[in-house]
Design a protein around this ligand. Structure first.
Ligand code: DC
Length: 247
């Protein structure tokens, strides 16, 4: 990825942060579709770095090597696919084994620094819905609306289990433990830790269907005067393997 200026074009941002499997990706995609805004799945960027670093045998704590790697990666979101140096890596970055490396490289300050400008480039009119861990606290700290989406660890593990199509209790317990480890690392890191911005609206989705969360976010957006580019038909919230964006 090439360097970019740090200036932010004037476009509104809705930041949706939260722990893994809290439903933020599903909600962000649906809200963006309803508003006809772009969407940024920032976790996909960390997943790409974790995936490629693992493949190349790069030490996941080596900031210098990882920052160099980020500079060599051309990451593009197009038609629901994530392409890395012109290769479709949509399925590869979603593999369960990529979650931990993504979280580990996310704890490296040089990686976060290198990805900062990349993420800010997605901010374009008519607006951007960005999901991740630090959208409201760091990347788009001036976002017009900030949402922190939570759910109990059990509810999140159950969602992830359904997504993966697994059924056994052992798988559930394994998923729950892995998710807790990842959340802990994301929360406890020294840079841009997973936390709600002081001005974020916290939504607990443990017992809420995704469509209800989407409606709540759209209501909050409406109250802030954030409107869609054009009136779009209602869509059901559904997670796609990789989300498209205008970038
Ligand atoms: O949202 P996700 O599960 O695809 O993210 C994978 C990992 O990437 C997550 O565990 C931590 C890291 N990440 C991050 O550090 N900051 C973000 N804004 C998004 C993701």
């Amino acid at each position: 990825m090439s360097a970019a200026s740090g200036t932010l074009p004037a476009a509104p941002v809705i930041a949706i942060d939260g722990p893994s499997a809290s439903g933020k990706g599903t909600v962000a995609a649906a809200v963006a579709a309803r508003l006809r805004w772009a969407v940024l799945d920032s976790g996909a960027l960390y997943r790409v770095v974790g995936l490629v670093a693992t493949r190349r045998g790069i030490d996941l704590a080596d900031g210098e090597a990882l920052a160099t790697l980020v500079g060599e990666l051309d990451i593009a979101f197009a038609n629901g696919a994530v392409r890395v140096n012109d290769k479709d890596e949509s399925a590869a970055i979603r593999a369960p084994a990529v979650a931990a490396p993504a979280s580990r490289v996310g704890a490296v300050p040089a990686v976060r620094e290198a990805l900062l400008v990349v993420q800010r480039r997605f901010r374009r009119p008519p607006g951007l819905v960005a999901d991740g861990r630090d959208m409201g606290t760091v990347v788009f700290a001036d976002a017009e609306l900030k949402v922190f989406l939570t759910a109990s660890a059990e509810a999140r593990a159950l969602r992830r289990q359904k997504q993966l199509g697994r059924a056994s209790a052992q798988d559930f317990n394994g998923l729950l433990a892995a998710m807790r480890r990842r959340d802990e690392r994301d929360r406890d890191r020294s840079v841009a830790p997973l936390t709600a911005a002081p001005d974020a609206v916290v939504i607990d989705s443990t017992t809420m269907p995704a469509a209800a969360v989407v409606d709540q976010v759209l209501t909050l957006a409406g109250r802030k005067g954030l409107r869609g580019a054009a009136s779009a038909p209602a869509t059901r919230a559904r997670r796609t393997p990789a989300r498209a964006s205008s970038c």
